[in-house]
Design a protein around this ligand. Structure first.
Ligand code: P1T
Length: 385
């Protein structure tokens, strides 16, 4: 295989292994080398060999940018030092006076950035139920520049119809941003449904091993890519070469990991659904989920995240998460090991008192790829007390 092999016809499992990850042209190294360098020799002033400084460009980062863009079906993409850095970079396309419409269910850090940082620059926001087109229409003003969604959302796993949201955005001259962290490009490709930007916390399923923090923006437009590339270099929140390498390594197994995450999550929802201590299970794969049909339309499978409320409120939830042994009590998600947390007191604490406040009795599971019986037994003993 050589550098520019035509790959537009490949399946996503092949792209995950080969897109951007061709053998090194100079040495034949099968794995993308870690170019751990900050700068590059120039042959004469202004005559470089494609790279001049690693904030501006680095070959390991280039490989990662090609890889994730190809998985998302995009024409280009840019990598960042964290999911929040990627989000911040998109938000810097806005000007004072502009306005954002976001979901009333989103990662607490996204809400914190929009409601506590962007407002300092006179950028307004409204948080609405994005499954309701009328609510979206009434929140849109002539200043609205972005419609921002996570689908499935964090932590309620609500599903937003991406085609509907993108077409509403475009009708009003706004961009549609989809945070695809929970679904990953293996389960859902928002650009093909009309989104302008796909944003990722690559810390999660793309990395897949809880050993790297990163972010990504994928796009289908050369103009937007140029603007985001300009901001990436101007702001400088870029990932280190080693982190790019770890992500490239993780991405190779994304499809097989996702299949097992989904399979385990589906079995866990069946177990929780009939458990006497459980009030409600939130999982887009359940037919009783209010937006199950939209998930069926736009997703391949339903993902590895499961949320549920328990009888006994916040106190009961906090006791249960202390008792698990295979599920680790921790923030974050999307890696091979199973994690458990209470969003109201952990990942979504910053949304307290806001329209995004989360019920204290809600427990969120990031279902890993361990043996399903061990996961079920662990949850069983933790719920029993
Ligand atoms: O943590 P960072 O890589 O900066 O990504 C932020 C982020 C963006 N979008 C979504 C949907 C996310 O879930 C996150 C990070 N979330 C957690 C750390 C969490 O435990 O929910």
């Amino acid at each position: 295989m050589t550098g520019d092999k035509e790959n537009s016809e490949w399946g996503i499992e092949t792209l995950a292994i080969h897109a951007g990850q061709e053998p090194d042209l100079q040495t034949g190294a099968v794995t993308v080398p870690v170019y751990q360098t900050s700068t590059y020799e120039q042959d004469a002033v202004g005559q470089d060999r494609g790279y001049e400084y690693s904030r501006t460009g680095n070959p390991t980062r280039d490989a990662l940018e090609k890889s994730i863009s190809a998985l998302e079906g995009g024409t280009s993409g840019k990598a960042f030092a964290s999911g929040m850095a990627a989000e911040d970079t998109i938000l810097r396309l806005l000007n004072p006076g502009d306005h954002i419409v976001m979901g009333n269910d989103a990662y607490g850090g996204t809400f914190r950035l929009i409601s506590k940082v962007l407002t300092r620059f006179n950028i307004g926001w409204s948080a609405v139920d994005l499954s309701n087109p009328k609510a979206i229409e009434s929140a849109i003003t002539d200043k609205t520049k972005l419609l921002w969604t996570e689908t499935p959302s964090n932590p309620l796993l609500s599903i937003v119809d991406i085609e509907m949201l993108a077409s509403l955005a475009h009708d009003h001259g706004a961009w549609c941003v989809v945070d695809n962290t929970f679904a990953t490009p293996y389960l859902q490709q928002p650009l093909s449904l009309g989104a302008d930007f796909v944003v990722h916390s690559t810390t999660k399923y793309l990395g897949g091993h809880s050993d790297v923090v990163g972010g990504f923006i994928a796009m289908n437009s050369a103009d937007l890519n140029e603007e985001i590339g300009f901001l990436q270099n101007a702001i400088g929140a870029v990932p280190a070469p080693w982190d790019c390498y770890l992500l490239l390594r993780g991405i190779k197994t994304l499809p097989v990991r996702m299949d097992r995450h989904c399979e385990n999550a589906e079995k866990i929802t069946q177990f929780l659904k009939v458990h006497e201590k459980v009030e409600e299970v939130l999982y887009p794969g359940l037919e009783t989920h209010p937006t199950h049909l939209i998930a069926e339309k736009q997703m391949r499978k339903y993902g590895g995240m499961v949320s549920f409320t328990v009888k006994g409120g916040q106190e009961a939830a906090q006791e249960i998460v202390k008792r698990t042994k295979v599920f680790t009590l921790a923030e974050s998600l999307g890696a091979v090991e199973s994690l458990i947390e209470v969003p109201a007191a952990m990942t979504h604490l910053s949304a307290e008192g806001s329209p995004l406040e989360v019920d204290g009795s809600l427990i969120r599971l990031s279902v890993g790829i361990e043996a399903i019986d061990d996961l079920l037994n662990d949850l069983g003993q933790a719920l029993k007390g």
